[in-house]
Design a protein around this ligand. Structure first.
Ligand code: C2O
Ligand code: CU
Length: 656
């Protein structure tokens, strides 16, 4: 129980040793929590003898009964934390910590500023590294050999922001099965590459689509299909730690496997990149993307069973923009005034190489959360961009494994959000910050006209600055516009749904040890028979009942949907009795969530309802949590869109 403990938004301390390996790792994960919740840091004064036990697990207690700490009782400090009936479900670690606090074996430090916090956590993290007795050999070796890079040691804003490299078609090819119809053909090679992430770092080895990370960008037109040959030219050895105990990643399958999925694409099943249809170095697959869908910023990424988190972390993701005439007529900023920003985070070693955190157990290196200390934008650390004093369109993607961003601009600059995952909103929504869970997108208009000569920072709650916009001084003319209405997004009426599905989001922990073993959807592992079989052309309501404390970004392949509402419920009562008690009234989605979505944040202990028209193509697809660590460890399920005339029971995945 030595080490650094962090406090989550729900007022629970956990040992970071369970969820990370690197010394520097806890720093940012904890920093992220500061503003949103409590902001305390626990530092062990001495070792203490408390044991956790199975009996303590899953028990609900009043923290006040357990903890003598004045700070823990303070009501107003936790005023923003939702507590059902003043009870928390707390883990064994929390109990131990509370006990430790009250016995004086630990001290609790208040964090006033991020700076103090960082200083403290560096000390605590260093102490933790020394104190951990059962550090696995592998990790110890890793840690000794290559210290983790602290991004604060890097000079900010010395590298220009790279623009995505646009993919070029290699002529036209016949679309398989479409008798003579032709489409632009692209061949994209997945291959290892080395790039400098920052001026002062040695080049970093990554895996790429087309030699760049993020991968080459497809700049496409709605209703103009394209053929892509995805060639696996990767090495045959993985350079990140595979957990062979994770489903589909056993020692009986090749280490390096890949399959590409177009996230947000309305794609026929055979081109959708089913996780089990991976292939190995030396092989390729040609997929057809009809692009029969509205303009939006999509992205493509790896989806190989059991190692998606590692392949994406290695660099296998890229953008796919769809445009059309109607959107062009809005006269939004375009060309050089349209900036795609792909945000992600990594742990880096001090030599600049990627480091993927692992648990202390070499047999089960999987961990449930990965949040790197180093933020990257379009593949650079703390880049800058020269801009003119005029309107820009900024198209954001969160491509992180597990980090959510809460972005804002310095000087309180207000932006207009004009779009989300699946294209434009009905009307611009002005806001001072933008929340993006993994896989979510946001389309923003920012006007630098009144900021001539200024330096504007893109900030996040975990990082003081992600990048800098340098606004030039001379006045420029701005022919672009920001219309007050963008496109109609008619709300789907609930009465059009033919079916409502209740689907739980669950976490499995190993009892006394309290460590997360994985997550589940509807308590059903991946390999079980398909349970969700919507009929093609019908509309359904899916109710995600999150029994865990964490936010899970849930994504469905093939379709776009609308968020109906979110409502907190008593998850403990539900888990133990099966009886559903809502603890407040249903809240409508935020204004910027009123467009079409393909990924929805399902908050802890709440029911989030979405309404989904199953349009497009029949066949096999998946739905899953887009926290990639969760997705790889059972928080993914197949689903089948069933064509008229087919008996749903007959649809099963090939392996199942
Ligand atoms: Cu972006 Cu199935 O994923
Ligand atoms: Cu999840």
């Amino acid at each position: 129980m030595d080490g650094l403990y962090r406090c989550t938004g729900e007022f629970e301390w956990r040992s970071d040793a369970r969820t990370s390996s690197g010394v520097g790792f806890p720093i940012m994960t904890a920093a992220k929590r500061i503003r949103s919740s409590v902001g305390v840091l626990l530092r062990p004064k001495k070792r203490f003898p408390f044991q956790t036990s199975q009996a303590w697990h899953e028990r609900w207690v009043r923290p006040d009964d357990l903890c003598n700490s004045r700070k823990l009782k303070s009501e107003d400090r936790f005023a923003n934390v939702k507590r059902p009936r003043n009870l928390w479900k707390i883990s064994p670690e929390t109990l131990v910590l509370c006990a430790a606090l009250s016995s004086g074996a630990m001290e609790m430090e208040e964090l006033t500023t991020r700076r103090t916090f960082l200083r403290q956590s560096v000390i605590a993290a260093a102490a933790a590294a020394v104190a951990r007795p059962a550090y696995s050999k592998m990790l110890a070796a890793q840690a000794a050999r290559v210290p983790i890079l602290n991004p604060e040691t890097l000079a900010p804003f010395v590298d220009p922001l790279p623009r995505p490299v646009v993919a070029r078609a290699q002529g036209m090819r016949e679309i398989p099965g479409k008798h003579g119809e032709r489409a632009p053909f692209f061949r994209i090679s997945m291959r290892a590459t080395t790039t400098k992430l920052h001026r002062d770092l040695p080049p970093t080895k990554q895996w790429s689509y087309g030699g760049v990370v993020p991968g080459v960008m497809f700049d496409t037109e709605s209703h103009q299909g394209l053929l892509v040959e995805w060639a696996n030219d990767l090495p045959t050895q993985h350079f990140l730690p595979i957990d062979h105990s994770v489903h589909g990643a056993g020692r009986n399958v090749p280490q390096v496997r890949s399959v590409v999925h177009l996230h947000g694409g309305k794609t026929p099943s055979e081109s959708d990149g089913y996780p089990e249809e991976w292939y190995v170095p030396g092989e390729s697959r040609t997929y057809y993307y009809p692009n029969e869908q509205d303009p939006a910023l999509l992205w493509y990424h790896d989806h190989a069973m059991g190692i998606t988190r590692l392949n994406i972390y290695a660099g296998l993701f890229g953008l796919h923009v769809i445009r059309d005439h109607t959107e062009r007529q809005l006269n939004l900023p375009d060309g050089e005034y349209e900036i795609p920003l792909v945000l992600f985070d990594r742990h880096l070693q001090q030599d600049g190489q990627l480091s993927y955190p692992v648990s202390r157990d070499p047999e089960h290196p999987w961990i449930s959360e990965v949040r790197g200390e180093v933020p990257l934008i379009n593949g650079k650390i703390f880049p800058y961009l020269d801009v003119e004093p005029r309107r820009y369109r900024i198209r954001l993607l969160n491509a992180s494994n597990g980090r959510s961003f809460r972005l804002s601009f310095s000087r309180d600059v207000e932006v207009q959000q004009i779009g989300s995952d699946q294209g434009l909103l009905p009307a611009p929504v002005s806001s001072k910050y933008v929340v993006l869970a993994p896989a979510e997108r946001a389309d923003l208009i920012i006007d630098f006209a009144t900021l001539r000569g200024a330096r504007i920072l893109l900030e996040d709650e975990a990082f003081p600055a992600l990048m800098e916009f340098r606004v030039s001084r001379p006045k420029v003319s701005d022919p672009s516009s920001l219309p007050s209405s963008l496109r109609p997004v008619p709300r789907i009426s609930e009465s059009s749904a033919v079916k409502t599905r209740w689907l739980t989001l669950d976490e499995i922990t190993n009892g006394g040890k309290g460590a997360s073993l994985g997550m589940l959807l509807n308590k059903t592992p991946w390999h079980m028979p398909i349970s969700e079989k919507p009929a093609l052309g019908t509309t359904e309501i899916w109710e995600f009942a999150n029994l865990t404390e964490d936010v899970h970004p849930i994504h469905l392949h093939l379709v776009r949907f609308q968020i109906l509402d979110r409502r907190s419920f008593d998850a403990f009562h539900y888990s133990t009795t099966g009886i559903l008690h809502y603890t407040d009234s249903a809240a409508p989605p935020d204004p910027e969530e009123m467009g079409w979505k393909d990924t929805v944040r399902v908050n802890g202990r709440s029911v989030t309802r979405i309404i989904v028209p199953f349009m497009g193509y029949p066949g096999l697809y998946v739905w899953h949590c887009h926290n990639l660590e969760h997705e790889d460890n059972e928080m993914m399920r197949p689903y089948a869109v069933v064509a008229p005339g087919i008996v749903p029971e007959e649809v099963q995945p090939k392996g199942g």
